[in-house]
Design a protein. Structure first.
Length: 214
């Protein structure tokens, strides 16, 4: 086999492998994330989006601890109205500040990831349009490649990628840090109850996975 045939054979093999990775259901998600990762730009927006999502996850758990602090401040000072009112006012103020920070983090993360989604749509459209205009004239004569169909793909199909940014991974990071921080707070208050709750965590995760598949 000469060099030209060897190069052609390797090229055909790589094309088949690429096609298999795209059409194979087991590798579709990984290939999609890999192809889409280069469009998750600029990285500083993605970084700050992750940062605000993580802070939001920590705040959600902290807010629960503040509610319990407020509740126990009433129970422990039931006979002392002035001390109870002072503690309740303090923990209520802490909850108010926490809610303001949570609102800011939620708004900031949504705005940042919306910007990333817009960049994905814009860059994918630009790359797709560049590839279209590089096609041979005969390719455009095919009815399946009519200008109306291509225009619909550029206008509507690409728009579906708007929500395919790193926001999904950021939400999982938020849930993970919320769980870890909840375990830390739980062990600080009562390690026995925390161990019971931690032992039940796999069952909760299993229930969520089963519910998502139904």
């Amino acid at each position: 086999m000469n060099l030209a045939n060897l190069v052609a054979s390797d090229k055909k093999l790589s094309e088949l492998q690429l096609l298999d990775s795209i059409t194979n259901p087991k590798t579709q998600k990984a290939v999609f994330r890999q192809k889409l990762s280069k469009y998750n730009r600029p990285m500083w927006i993605v970084f700050f989006g992750f940062f605000f999502e993580i802070i939001k996850g920590l705040i959600s758990t902290t807010f629960g601890a503040l509610i319990m602090k407020n509740f126990f401040s009433i129970l422990n000072n039931f006979n002392d109205y002035h001390k109870m009112r002072k503690d309740v006012d303090f923990w209520s103020l802490m909850k108010f500040i926490t809610a303001i920070v949570a609102f800011f983090c939620s708004f900031a993360s949504k705005a940042l990831f919306s910007r990333v989604g817009e960049n994905i749509t814009l860059n994918v459209r630009a790359d797709l349009y560049t590839q279209i205009i590089k096609k041979q004239i005969g390719w455009h004569d095919d009815t399946s490649n009519a200008s109306g169909i291509l225009g619909a793909i550029l206008a509507s199909d690409v728009q579906l990628l708007n929500g395919a940014s790193a926001e999904g991974v950021a939400v999982m990071a938020e849930a993970f840090f919320s769980l870890v921080w909840g375990c830390v707070i739980g062990f600080l208050f009562s390690w026995r109850v925390s161990l019971v709750a931690l032992a039940l965590t796999p069952l909760i995760i299993l229930g969520a996975v089963v519910s998502a598949k139904i």
